[in-house]
Design a protein around this ligand. Structure first.
Ligand SMILES: [Zn+2]
Length: 317
């Protein structure tokens, strides 16, 4: 198979310094350290050498990635850590303006399941378009959303003794700002469009976001992850239902496959923005929502996180 060129998709934010209030390293105790991200980069190089030895461009890029010359691919744990630190600083101020108005929405796309080794068949644009089509039905102009794609590899066994099959299950996590009235409509439309199936029992999860600082950082982290999991699914002894047996880190072979795929993606295939857009080193609004309500202000004082002044978003387009 002909390999597409790798893409330097991460913007030039490697020296970006977040404000203290929005610096994830100060708020999430388990946020990956530089040391851990670097260790993950090194083990990814080992997995690529073992399972994807023909992907020399990517192996070289990751191997040569250094603070001075970052590779800026979406596959690199060290550059992704930098991207995530930058994203928190851009997104958390928006959420803290009116934290009770945000919903956490997860959608599982039943049609986007790929056998291990076939992830290259996946086109993120199709999935993103399907989600945006649901938003358009509600009126996309009422919505501000930030989200990202999540890749879970399902290890499925007919029973605990049979040999497993491995399937990529692509899904998305979003933080969605929408009025209460429109939220109900959005929930209904998503549930109509993403129905229960044997492979996705609750394909739409839709919950009001908790307005405490820890949850805001945690949810933002969940939208654009740095580590992906493998979920083990097996039939119950009665054969009636699938049950989850646990989660673990992806197998090295899958980590290599995912890295090879993500290194060839643009940022827009990984991070979803609605009512927002990236303008060089900032994420800016593309419309003048959200409206800050009295309830929003109350929540903010509870959070003790000052909002940025509206003027800080002077580049609104
Ligand atoms: Zn890198």
């Amino acid at each position: 198979m002909q390999l597409k060129p790798i893409i330097r998709a991460i913007p030039d934010i490697m020296r970006y310094k977040p404000e203290n209030l929005y610096d994830v390293r100060k708020h999430l105790a388990d946020f990956e350290t530089f040391k851990l991200a670097n260790k993950r980069r090194k083990s990814l190089v080992r997995f690529l050498r073992k399972y994807r030895s023909n992907d020399l461009d990517l192996i070289k890029a990751l191997e040569n990635c250094s603070p001075k010359h970052p590779c800026r691919t979406l596959a690199c744990p060290r550059c992704m850590r930098k991207l995530r630190i930058w994203l928190f600083d851009q997104v958390v101020p928006l959420i803290t303006e009116a934290p009770r108005r945000w919903f956490f929405v997860t959608v599982i796309f039943e049609e986007h399941r790929y056998q291990r080794g076939e992830l290259h068949k996946f086109d993120p644009k199709k999935l993103i378009e399907r989600f945006r089509a649901a938003l358009r039905k509600v009126g996309i102009e009422h919505i501000v959303a930030f989200g990202g794609l999540d890749y879970c590899e399902e290890t499925r066994m007919q029973d605990f003794n049979s040999s497993p099959t491995y399937t990529w299950c692509v899904h998305t996590h979003h933080l969605v700002y929408v009025s209460d009235e429109k939220a109900e409509e959005l929930r209904r439309i998503l549930r109509e469009r993403f129905r229960d199936s044997p492979y996705a029992r609750r394909p739409v999860q839709f919950a009001r976001h908790k307005a405490d600082k820890y949850t805001i950082f945690q949810a933002t982290s969940y939208c654009v992850k740095s580590v992906y999991n493998s979920a083990i699914v097996a039939r119950s002894p009665s054969g009636q239902s699938a049950r989850k047996k646990g989660r673990k880190r992806l197998h090295g072979k899958s980590q290599a496959e995912l890295a090879a795929f993500q290194a060839r993606q643009n940022l827009g295939d990984r991070v979803l923005l609605v009512g927002l857009k990236r303008n060089q080193k900032s994420i800016i609004r593309t419309r003048t929502t959200p409206t800050i309500t009295a309830a929003g202000f109350k929540a903010i004082s509870y959070l003790n996180v000052p909002i940025r002044k509206w003027d800080d978003f002077s580049s609104i387009v």
